[in-house]
Ligand binder design. Structure first.
Ligand code: GLN
Length: 547
């Protein structure tokens, strides 16, 4: 039976609750425990799949095809535990399940209420798979006091009462603002936040205080006294140069020890932090630098491409170089020439995306990389754009395009080299979609196998001809153009096992030009960089010696 750690936040949002949870997960693993991390989000969207990347950052996709919050990406990157559909829940999903049950008559005519029906649904969710791990870490999105969050706070309060004493603890993150004028760290907002939490029946066992300045012992003792938390359980969280420093930094501040003490686990197993020491060494002692341009569409908000940015960092760590990323808005190439903007980069990455805006710029970026021999990694839409570029400029299909853009514009303008897939095989069953289906969850989502061509560059990079990667898209490159494109040297080097869906393309006579229909960035970890990103950065490093 798992022990439960509930992680809440107060004072302000964006305190790094997800990172603290992920780092704590990694520290518990370093002490030999198994962990699983969960996110409970108070917003009313059923899942983040249909939320704009500008609003919510990246949508993180799990192996079992759930579109989840980007915090699940942090969890995976720090613990290596593959997230599942059952690790992410929102108020929207809770309410829609409750209402479905009500319509089906499952509640036998009872009046449906937040307590107990909604809270029971949340509690059932929290306990899924509780026998599988030593620790279950559940992060509650938002901050204490938010109206939408109340059912979640009530549910975790009840949950801790339902369980035997000592099986659940509460960890609360707050901010200690620093007033430069008086040179003081202020503890009052933390006191108020804990008061708010206690007013709904939750007393924190561990307090994590974000602070720009060192927290003097006197202030720690004061926080402990006013918040009814043991002084040694008041943990400082200082700003870090890299997120990958977090496990070591939190360990140094005593977070894992405080958590184990709160569970009265004594003696605590000794941690083995060698993995994180190696990660920190690679981050802080690079031997060079490479410059990578990401030609994308949601470039004003870095969180929109969170996993890609992290995977590039991991690729740099594998090669002991710092990866300097520059975000280039694809739309500028509608009016500007690509060469002045893109020359000087050691590699170009075109990420995933939806809709037509910016796609002509991405096509130009792919052409530039192909013609100049610059390493190019095209991910999902980035692969589709590379294929359209090849069709237009090499195979003579000058009006090649994607059905996605015709659908959006409501008129037929292109020869669909990329088409809308409505039927495919998942495992051993067929999935069918209609044009009119809901926008949510109607894509080819989650992990799918691919078979790689022997002797291809990708087979060599992966060191295998059988891979499994995560997908999130509606459109596919049309196999009927394979021959025409291969004649030009664009090799279809990865296919779905039934041979129908192109998964990877690569230019034969190019130092490094690979397009993938899936999202390799979702599986990259600092201690296990994804092979495609590791080799992409190796190629960028080689190129940097030439530029
Ligand atoms: N818009 C494209 C599709 O749906 C690509 C999606 C993506 O890049 N994730 O196929």
């Amino acid at each position: 039976m798992a022990r439960f750690i509930f992680i809440t936040g107060g004072v302000v949002s964006s305190l790094g609750k997800g990172l603290a949870s992920a780092a704590l997960g990694a520290l518990l693993q370093a002490r030999g425990y198994s962990v699983r991390l969960r996110k409970l989000d108070p917003y009313l969207n059923v899942d983040p799949g249909t939320m704009s990347p500008f609003e919510h950052g990246e949508v993180f996709v799990t192996d079992d095809g759930a579109e989840t919050d980007l915090d699940l990406g942090h969890y995976e990157r720090f613990t290596g535990v593959a997230a599942r559909n059952s690790d992410s829940i929102s108020s929207g999903r809770v309410y829609s399940t409750v209402l479905e049950k009500e319509r089906r008559g499952d509640y036998l005519g009872k009046t449906i209420q937040v307590i107990p029906h909604v809270t029971n649904e949340i509690k059932d969710f929290i306990s899924i798979g509780e026998d599988e791990v030593d620790f279950m870490l559940c992060e509650i999105g938002g901050t204490v006091g938010d109206i939408e969050g109340l059912p979640f706070f009530e549910a975790i309060r009840q949950f801790s009462q339902d369980k035997p004493r000592g099986q659940c603890i509460f960890m609360h993150l707050t901010l200690l603002p620093y007033l430069a004028a008086s040179g003081e760290l202020k503890t009052k907002p933390t006191q108020h936040s804990v008061k708010e939490l206690r007013s709904i029946g939750i007393a924190p066992d561990v307090l994590v205080c974000r602070s720009e300045q060192p927290i003097p012992d006197k202030e720690r003792a004061k926080i402990g006294l006013f918040c009814n938390v043991r002084t040694e359980n008041v943990i400082a969280a200082y700003d870090l140069k890299s997120i990958y420093e977090a496990p070591l930094a939190y360990h140094q501040q005593g977070l894992d020890q405080a958590v184990l003490d709160a569970f009265q686990i004594s003696p605590a197993p000794k941690p083995d932090l060698s993995v994180w020491e190696d990660v920190a060494d690679r981050i802080f002692n690079p031997e060079g630098e490479v410059k990578v341009a990401i030609v994308g569409k949601y470039t004003q908000l870095e969180d929109a491409y969170k996993s890609i940015a992290e995977a590039l960092t991991h690729g740099g760590m594998a090669n002991r170089v710092k990866v300097k990323v520059e975000w280039v808005e694809a739309e500028i190439f509608d009016s500007e020439d690509v060469a002045p903007r893109l020359q000087g980069f050691h590699a170009i990455l075109v990420p995933g995306g939806f809709g037509e805006r910016g796609t002509e710029g991405k096509i130009k970026a792919a052409q530039f990389a192909r013609e100049r021999g610059i390493p190019y990694l095209g991910i999902c839409l980035g692969m589709q754009m590379a294929v359209i570029e090849a069709a237009r400029n090499k195979a003579g299909l000058t009006d090649a395009g994607s059905e996605e853009f015709d659908h959006e514009a409501g008129e037929k303008r292109f020869t669909p080299v990329v088409y809308h897939l409505k039927e495919w095989i998942q495992g051993n069953h067929k999935v069918k979609r209609k044009e009119s289906d809901d926008k949510g969850g109607t894509m080819r989502l989650g992990a799918y196998d691919a078979t790689l061509t022997k002797d291809s560059k990708v087979a060599e990079i992966y060191g295998s001809c059988n891979i499994e990667e995560r997908h999130r898209h509606r459109y596919e490159v049309d196999i009927k153009y394979r021959e025409k494109l291969e004649e030009q040297g664009l090799v279809f080097s990865g296919m779905s096992p039934d041979g129908r869906l192109p998964e990877i393309v690569e230019w034969k006579d190019h130092p490094w030009f690979i397009g993938v229909q899936f999202h390799p960035e979702l599986k990259s970890k600092p201690f296990a960089p994804h092979p495609l990103f590791a080799d992409f950065i190796r190629a960028a490093k080689d190129n940097s010696r030439l530029v």
